[in-house]
Design a protein around this ligand. Structure first.
Ligand SMILES: C[S@@+](CC[C@H](N)C(=O)[O-])C[C@H]1O[C@@H](n2cnc3c(N)ncnc32)[C@H](O)[C@@H]1O
Length: 282
């Protein structure tokens, strides 16, 4: 039997936006109404509901039960290895030395906020492991957080489809990955040396208590996440990052994201081809 599809009205969009922004910071503008509609439609069917309003009410009363499928439905998890590498390239010996001197001796700590299935923190690890200034540290740790548990499981597994490796050349592929063949097709497993020091946990950018470390990070990467945030979500994220990054530490955003003019806690600085935000002493 073909299930009838429901339509999402503008009023319902506003209600969902209020909910999604308060829980996750996310916002779907009017021109993305159909995207939200098609992403939530399977949840209506799964819960045997006929109207988006009924699904909205269900979320109001039993969000806990729907949390996992809801986050999977509403998030864009697109990621791949070696994405926007200019930011990783900026982390040369000099900058890493500077970052570690300003923080706690012998330690370098990074946070990847909105890490999806791990491509970003693992790429960061691959780059860092090329620098003696990073490897000389007693502790090099990268924490990856995301609201999508399924993506985090994939990150832990560290086995990827060719599409995640699409910008790597043959030499890079075989240096960093071992190929695996299975029922699901070709897979590439990240070699253990490049997984070392990276750990994952469920964390919500809007909820600092869910960040894995209460000690401030030397740098936070939050790339291609805030473009999906509401204005209030964006402001809350900046405030939380201002607490999560130590004074003198750095915040890296995606190329199309900027916080210039939105905060006094960070100062934009150019590093080679990219802009990063330095946590000011305020
Ligand atoms: C487009 S992916 C970006 C992945 C990676 N940072 C990159 O640039 O390749 C966005 C990720 O942010 C996550 N995300 C969205 N809102 C979040 C929130 N409030 N807290 C943590 N992660 C969030 C999504 O689940 C998704 O995996």
């Amino acid at each position: 039997m073909v299930e009838a599809t429901a339509s999402l009205t503008l009023e319902e969009l506003a209600l969902f936006n209020e909910l999604l922004a308060s829980k996750f910071g996310l916002h779907f503008p009017e021109h993305k109404l159909e995207i939200l509609e098609s992403r939530l439609q399977p949840r209506l069917f799964a819960n045997r509901l006929h109207r988006f309003m009924d699904y909205y009410l269900l979320l109001q009363y039993d969000l806990k039960r729907e949390l996992d499928p809801l986050t999977r439905a509403i998030t864009n998890n697109e990621s791949y290895f070696f994405r926007e590498t200019s930011q990783f390239e900026a982390l040369d010996n000099h900058l890493l030395d500077e970052l570690s001197q300003g923080g706690r001796a012998g330690k370098l700590r990074f946070l990847s906020a909105g890490c999806s299935s791990g491509e970003e923190p693992y790429t960061l690890n691959i780059f860092l492991r090329g620098f003696p200034a990073a490897l000389g540290k007693d502790t090099l740790r990268i924490d990856g957080i995301d609201i999508d548990n399924q993506r985090l499981e994939m990150a832990e597994l560290a086995v990827y489809r060719p599409t995640s490796l699409r910008v790597l050349n043959q030499q890079q592929c075989s240096r960093y990955f071992a190929s695996r063949s299975g029922a699901g097709g070709a897979g590439f497993e990240l070699r253990p040396a490049f997984r070392r020091g990276v750990r994952f946990s469920r964390g919500n950018i809007l909820d600092p208590a869910s960040y894995p470390s209460s000690e401030p990070y030397d740098a936070v990467f939050c790339r291609n996440v805030l473009i999906y945030f509401s204005e209030t979500g964006l402001k809350a994220a900046i405030e939380n990052f201002a607490r999560a990054v130590r004074i003198g530490g750095l915040l890296f955003l995606g190329h199309s994201e900027s916080i210039i003019g939105l905060t006094k806690a960070f100062q934009a600085e150019r590093f080679g081809q990219c802009i990063a935000y330095r946590r000011k002493d305020s």
